[in-house]
Design a protein around this ligand. Structure first.
Ligand code: SOE
Length: 394
């Protein structure tokens, strides 16, 4: 390597779908961006030794561990990255913070609001940097939407209409993989998908005031899972279990700035593989985005001359678009994995400045409060004020 660079040595717990996405982002962040602090893939951790060794080789990690407590105890690790299923986030994050390690955690931050509160307290008390992987914020088009909103180009916001539509569990024979197992995931489409919508809405529109929603489970019983890989798994032919998480989460929201929101997160929207979408309408214009075409932003300005009014499609790959000039010339598009790279760049910059870049554990905690309020409202058929769920000192 030419020149000496400061390094941050990563220890990552977990190595499957998100492990692959994070590993790739650590590898490519210093390739595309000039960073003051470079992430080093120091050690990867998983319980299955053959699996974790293979992942270490394939994803370019310097070493591996099979016990996350030993990983945290190593003095050649500066930051713990948690890409495990949700039921492990709290214990690993709190242990890491108490050992003085910075923490980067997959979304949703925790299984419950109470857990996320303890995680936030631990990182604050131990003065470590923290961040949560709400990666879609870091798509150049979403960052550009934020810029247009902040510059007042859309004016006062009236509506956000956000939906996250998938269809990968519609077959009733699809097994109870961890994302459908309440004791492991905490919730279904709610924590997996609606959490992303909540993060995007907080980022672009502002703070939630109150919510009212409903969660539904369409398939009440599914085969147990015998072996899993990626999102799917092998279904048992004899063992059937009750499904305790939601298949769909739908809610209405009122924002503190007066905007109204409608949200729909479902794994039962046939034909939609990963359609994470929003439309925002303001007094001066509107913005639309869909993660399935993540480079594009549809923008409408009410000030356009009559006859030419309508949505225009912007390919957010020009030099002036956020992050875009680090990659390729205009219209040489980027993809899903680049949202992770851009986030890692911000994590590194935050570490360099000594600041926990947003979305951090405060954002993760507030997100969890909104999710919990929707769950309560679904149970009790009520409207729930968000401030009731958030501790005053936050
Ligand atoms: C599965 O539903 C999943 O991979 C989520 O866990 C991710 O957070 C989402 O971005 C894509 O879909």
């Amino acid at each position: 390597m030419v020149g000496l660079k400061k390094e941050i040595r990563i220890g990552m717990v977990g190595y499957k779908f998100m492990g692959k996405a994070h590993s790739h982002a650590y590898r490519d962040a210093p390739f595309f961006f000039k960073l003051g602090l470079n992430p080093v893939r120091q050690a990867i951790c998983g319980r299955n030794e053959d699996g974790v060794r293979e992942a270490a080789e394939q994803y370019g990690w310097n070493s591996y561990e099979t016990d996350w407590r030993e990983l945290i105890a190593r003095d050649d690790i500066d930051l713990i990255d948690i890409v495990t299923p949700n039921n492990n986030h709290a214990e690993i994050a709190i242990t890491a913070a108490e050992a003085g390690k910075h923490v980067f955690c997959e979304k949703p931050l925790a299984m419950t609001l109470e857990e996320s509160k303890r995680m936030l307290e631990a990182v604050e008390k131990n003065n470590v940097i923290h961040m949560v992987n709400y990666n879609y914020r870091f798509s150049p088009a979403v960052q550009y939407a934020k810029k247009l909103i902040d510059e007042g180009r859309i004016g006062k916001i009236f509506h956000i209409r956000a939906n996250y539509l998938q269809d990968w569990i519609m077959n009733p024979d699809f097994p109870l993989v961890w994302r459908l197992e309440k004791s492991v995931s905490g919730s279904g489409s709610h924590g997996d998908l609606a959490a992303h919508l909540i993060d995007l809405a907080r980022f672009l529109v502002g703070e939630f005031d109150e919510v009212s929603g409903m969660l539904e489970t369409f398939i009440k019983e599914r085969p147990a899972v015998e072996d899993s890989s990626g999102l799917s798994g092998v279904a048992s032919t004899t063992d059937f279990r009750k499904v305790e998480v939601d298949d769909a989460s739908i809610f209405l929201a009122k924002f503190k700035n007066g905007a109204l929101g409608t949200f729909e997160a479902t794994r039962f929207a046939g034909g939609n593989r990963n359609a994470n979408k929003f439309e925002i309408n303001g007094e001066k214009g509107s913005i639309k985005w869909n993660a399935e075409n993540l480079n594009e932003l549809d923008v409408y300005f009410a000030s356009d001359e009559e006859g030419l009014q309508g949505f225009r499609k912007i390919n957010c790959t020009e030099e002036s678009h956020p992050y875009a000039n680090a990659y390729w010339p205009a219209a040489h598009i980027i993809g899903y994995e680049h949202t992770f790279i851009n986030l890692i760049v911000e994590l590194m910059k935050g570490l360099e400045r000594g600041e926990s870049t947003s979305p951090n554990f405060v954002d993760g905690y507030i997100n969890q409060a909104i999710m919990e309020a929707v769950e309560k409202s679904s149970e009790n058929k009520t409207w729930e004020k968000i401030d009731k769920y958030i501790e005053e000192e936050i």
